[in-house]
Design a protein around this ligand. Structure first.
Ligand SMILES: NC(=O)c1ccc[n+]([C@@H]2O[C@H](COP(=O)([O-])OP(=O)(O)OC[C@H]3O[C@@H](n4cnc5c(N)ncnc54)[C@H](OP(=O)(O)O)[C@@H]3O)[C@@H](O)[C@H]2O)c1
Length: 327
């Protein structure tokens, strides 16, 4: 068990800056090194955020023997290659969602971590958030009865830029792996892996999918509808419709998280959570807790969940006709 872990940031872009904000809240996290494809970008990020070292290549970052943990925050298309690079250099790895482009890549990443006896986790936001944990607790308690239908969504309107990773199919662009992954996390968390999936999508001029609707069906009659889009702006949330009432869970525009339990008007209860920050520090804290306890896998985001997630995303893509050129 170490008193402090030296963190390395691989691909210091927008998300890396937010995650670093979380690391700054943790006493046992040392802001050690940033690695970019471009030395000047790495230097600026290191300087702006108080990292001790910077590297102009990912290979140099991964090869630094003092780095304990690497956080990977590149576009999805590069997660597979960069995770393998870090694992081969014997680093613990937390890699942003989507973990990779497809299940074949994630299976290889998991196998490499296993072979090297190293820690690996997908950086998933919902499992650490109070609203998600409360909704899960209510579902598990059975207070609203059995789930009949789950409606879950995430949409926002980013500026259209064909070069941005969100609209570039060769970077894994499209709403599904970027934000549609959250509704899929909801369904897998609250209902498990579906038996059948139907899906349709709409595409931008670049070929990237920009709106997606999917229906998940279970052999016992349960269903879920999933929506993600860059063309509307309704944020993130879900309605869990159950036999004895409904559970609504969302994060509002004010960033407060709310869970509303309504037992068909008989009993109503609202739970409001106001986390002090985005909560990325909870993910980093979990990585260091696992390393303290000499565990290679998180119990909060186990690799089996990440495998179910990417396999479900593959099934949605197949049903909706979404493909990436570099697969
Ligand atoms: N958990 C969350 O809440 C959350 C929120 C937003 C995003 N994310 C995830 O974080 C990851 C990064 O998203 P972002 O918005 O931060 O991306 P970004 O700012 O567009 O890019 C991040 C970094 O990736 C590298 N990069 C950019 N374009 C590249 C290209 N064409 N080829 C190779 N590398 C490229 C660059 O690093 P270099 O300086 O090394 O070139 C860049 O600084 C995505 O997987 C996304 O899904 C997660």
């Amino acid at each position: 068990m170490k008193s402090r872990y030296k963190w390395g940031i691989l691909a210091p872009g927008k998300m890396a800056a937010k995650f670093t904000g979380g690391l700054k809240l943790l006493e046992n996290a040392e802001l050690y090194a940033a690695g970019s494809r471009d030395a000047a970008r790495a230097e600026k990020f290191a300087h702006d955020n108080g990292f001790e070292k910077f590297y102009g290549s990912y290979e140099e970052l991964a090869g630094d023997p003092d780095v304990d943990i690497v956080y990977i925050a590149s576009p999805h298309s590069h997660h597979h290659e960069q995770t393998l690079l870090c694992l081969k250099n014997r680093k613990a790895v937390i890699c942003e969602k989507a973990f990779a482009l497809n299940s074949r890549q994630v299976e290889e990443m998991v196998a490499e971590a296993d072979r090297n006896n190293l820690f690996l986790m997908e950086a998933l936001w919902p499992p650490f958030q109070p609203y998600h944990k409360k909704a899960k607790e209510l579902v598990r308690s059975g207070i609203a009865g059995r789930i009949v239908h789950l409606q879950t969504y995430f949409s926002f309107i980013p500026p259209y830029d064909p070069n941005d990773r969100k609209f570039n199919p060769s970077l894994g662009g499209g709403s599904l792996l970027d934000i549609g992954i959250y509704p899929v996390i909801d369904v897998l968390t609250f209902m498990g892996v579906p038996d059948d999936i139907e899906a349709v999508a709409d595409f931008a001029e670049t070929g990237a999918e920009v709106s997606l609707s999917a229906i998940f069906k279970y052999n016992d009659g349960r269903m879920a509808t999933i929506y993600s889009s860059y063309r509307t702006n309704n944020g993130i949330g879900c309605n869990i419709l159950c036999e004895k009432g409904n559970i609504t869970a969302s994060r509002g525009r004010d960033m407060n998280q709310r869970v509303f339990l309504d037992l068909h008007g008989q009993n109503r209860e609202e739970f409001v959570f106001s986390p002090p920050a985005m909560g990325y520090h909870w993910e980093a804290e979990e990585v260091m807790r696992c390393l303290d306890e000499e565990r290679n896998e998180s119990r909060i985001v186990p690799l089996s969940f990440s495998l179910n997630l990417i396999r479900t995303l593959d099934r949605i893509r197949k049903a909706a006709g979404i493909s990436f050129p570099n697969e």
